[in-house]
Write a protein that binds this ligand. Sequence first.
Ligand code: MTE
Ligand code: MO
Length: 513
Amino acid sequence: MTQAIRTSRGDRLRSAAAGLSAAVVAVGLAELVAAVVEPSASPFAVIGSGLIDLAPSWAKDTAIALFGTGDKAALITGIAVVLVAVAALAGILESWRSGVGSVILGGLGALAVVAAMVRPGSGPFAWLPGLVAGLVGVIALRLLTRRLRPIAGLAPDREDRRRFLLWTAGTAAAGLIALAVGNAARGVTRSIDAVRDALALPKAAAPAAAVPPAAELGIPGLAPVVTPNADFYRIDTALIVPRLDPADWSLRIHGMVDREVTITWTELLALPMQESYVTLACVSNEVGGSLIGNARWLGYPVRELLARAGVHADADMVLSTSIDGFTASTPVEALTDDRDALLAIGMNGEPLPIEHGFPVRMVVPGLYGYVSATKWVTELEVTRFDRAQAYWTPRGWSDHGPIKLQSRIDVPRGGRAVTPGDTVIAGMAWQQHVGIAGVEVRVDGGPWRRAELTTAISADTWVQWSMPWVAETGSHTIECRAVSVDGDTQIEQQAPPAPDGAQGWHRVDVTVN
Ligand SMILES: Nc1nc2c(c(=O)[nH]1)N[C@H]1C(S)=C(S)[C@@H](COP(=O)(O)O)O[C@H]1N2
Ligand SMILES: [Mo]
């Protein structure tokens, strides 16, 4: 039914409010149902995850560049803003022509159903929250806009409008309450935290050697050589962090192997664990960036498990898969050579934090995280680079990702003012599994001078360096470059993170006054 009565600005606002409050109650109830029935099928999260997977890589690079590890909050905010706009529009369209707005809200619900069902590891009721969202949205929109229509040929009067407002506000409030109850319910189902808290890690059969005291300079502003878990960077495609109960976890090794091997949590825990310091780095880390951290990992060598399965001679890649569908392509060699690629369960003496892969993840010295460090890992498929592709490969990133030789100036911070006189320049350098032989620093394009390198924990970790500096009043440019144990010097030419890691000298500009 169309209405011939002219629409005023007020009418449009009211229609938009109807659309908005229909969307709020739809989302609220759907999130509540999701929290109780199928937490991983939250419409917000599945649509966000779908967007993450569909997004072109430039969009992701931009998001990481702009928001860093806050990229997920930015995405959720973005979805909410779009939803508000679309819901308001649906409200206006619905009162213009009955059914049009309903189709839009119903369509959003259908989108949530599809997005939930195509998620890897989606549960049997993944479709339910989206369905609830669609139905509730359509019904609420119809009921609310009906109140705006002329009754018996009379345009709504002041009293009708007052009642409309009450209903609209009430509907939105119901939605917000449902959202809050859903969040609380989710908190209760967060029992995996409790399982994790109660876990006692096995002692390492081969403990890591103590960090040499000389490895840590303790200079304020310089990254500590071991990164506390709470400060460790987090990068992944998981909008909802997978919450895996170790009791339900298992790892299946299959593909080009003599025999399939499946290992459960209890079986894994019974194996002799070893511990090592490994510096993890993200390929998206810009020159001078902070997407890098060093931890003491406790785990079982992947090599031993692959040996049990018997890797075929013509296999050259292991595709590790996470419970959430993320995959990484790691050369068989990096998992079987003398470096200790670990199936890790512990990080700095604790069970893995949930967002860092609890209960089990991969840690491979020398490779960027996207080709090696699969969190929440549940599957290792032994295959070949010419047969299988990992998550980031079709998105424009290299299928191999050895870490590039890099160094960074932490002190003084770029853009900060420095007081004149005796001070220190200090930073970090790394090329995991190769090792750092030296770092050179130059000020204002002058001669390169050797910085003092601390004792590295191992070739698999980053290392601190420092150099005394007498700061003279004025503006200065400080640059650094690392030299590897292999004899390579970090090259000057800048390269962006894509496709296989940023490169170039780190440079900071400081003012001394
Ligand atoms: N399941 C899963 N594992 C993942 C990723 C992911 O998106 N999903 N990202 C990888 C990338 S790109 C990096 S750099 C490291 C980061 O590990 P962290 O978050 O523990 O620092 O995890 C890797 N493992
Ligand atoms: Mo990464």
